[in-house]
Design a protein around this ligand. Structure first.
Ligand code: SAM
Length: 312
């Protein structure tokens, strides 16, 4: 029997409270995971409320079917939230969605299950795909990518200043043997890291960078945000929880752009929101997890939640 890995949901009450404004509405949980947020959304919804879950990970989909298979208000779609528009259109709800939630990044089951290949702590096949049914694994990419591409990925998405040394070491090693496991990769990048930081695994940033690249995490996020704005109804809400600055920067800029509207129009002249193309208003400030939550769950320490409401 496969081991059951748990996920502790971050900002559970805060996110659902911000999301659900109409108990009979249509909601999307774009990152179903293990259904922590979805479960509370369903508790809040009336009999005629509807929730659609989305996840890239076939294991998350299997979990959703097992857990909510009998729940008539719920459905699950396998794929990326970058396909939001087509999933929503298929349900005839384009421009009518009451709320969209994204709780970004990887789930604890993905990280903790060594066989998924995300972790530098546990040895496993070097996979790192959230969607194990398609795309290239980290091992396949590392076997074929140019040294400069590997360096760029580790630098840009891992924010690792020793990216060039690491890429060089990877390319030198792969000429000797195939790099197919997480322990091989973590050893190579750790040895190429000349400045180990206290309390931080020297492979942390390189693994983050490669994972973000393999799963197209930032591209999918940018694409989803544009679609989310169009899929929401006026008054509908976008709730996004980010776990690192690269994600949060994209979310923050996206919301700001649509809160401020067209910045090229001269200020001081009374344009209407329509003319300024103002589409969102902020709902509160960025929210961080309480100290009680971060004490129980270290993952929550880096979480930032932003909420915006569509105004036009
Ligand atoms: C942090 S977990 C979500 C946990 C969930 N909120 C809960 O409480 O159980 C993120 C989930 O989003 C999924 N995911 C990440 N990026 C995705 C994308 N572009 N499209 C669909 N699912 C994605 C991952 O597979 C993972 O299951």
């Amino acid at each position: 029997m496969s081991q059951e890995f748990k996920h502790i949901t971050v900002l559970l009450q805060e996110a659902v409270e911000a999301l659900v404004q109409d108990k009979s509405g249509f909601y999307v949980d774009g990152t179903f995971g293990r259904g922590g947020h979805s479960s509370l959304v369903l508790e809040q919804l009336a009999d005629d409320g509807v929730l659609m879950g989305i996840d890239k990970d076939p294991q998350a989909i299997a979990h959703a079917q097992e857990r909510f298979g009998d729940e008539s208000r719920f459905s699950i779609a396998h794929g990326s939230f970058a396909e939001l528009e087509s999933f929503v259109a298929a349900r005839g709800m384009s421009g009518k969605v009451d709320g969209i939630l994204l709780d970004l990044g990887v789930s604890s089951p993905q990280l903790d299950d060594a066989s998924r290949g995300f972790s530098f702590m546990n040895d496993g096949p070097l996979d790192m795909r959230m969607d194990t049914s398609s795309g290239e694994s980290a091992a396949e990419w590392i076997a074929r990518a140019e040294e400069s591409e590997i360096a760029d990925v580790i630098y840009t998405y891992g924010e690792e200043k020793f990216s060039r040394r690491m890429a060089k070491a990877i390319v030198a090693k792969r000429a000797e043997e195939a790099i197919t496991t997480t322990s091989q990769l973590s050893k190579i990048v750790a040895e190429a890291n000349p400045a180990w930081e206290k309390g931080k695994n020297p492979a942390t940033r390189a693994f983050q960078g490669i994972r973000i690249h393999i799963n197209r995490e930032l591209e999918d996020l940018e694409s989803c945000l544009d679609q989310a704005l169009e899929m929401l109804k006026v008054g509908g809400r976008l709730v996004v929880i980010s776990f690192h600055s690269l994600e949060d920067r994209i979310v923050k800029r996206f919301i700001r752009k649509h809160v401020k509207g067209d910045e090229h129009l001269p200020r001081g002249i009374p344009f209407t929101n329509d003319m300024l193309e103002i589409r969102f208003k902020n709902v509160g400030k960025a929210v961080k997890a309480s100290s009680a939550e971060t004490e129980d769950n270290v993952r929550a320490r880096s979480a930032v939640m932003r909420v915006a409401e569509k105004v036009a």
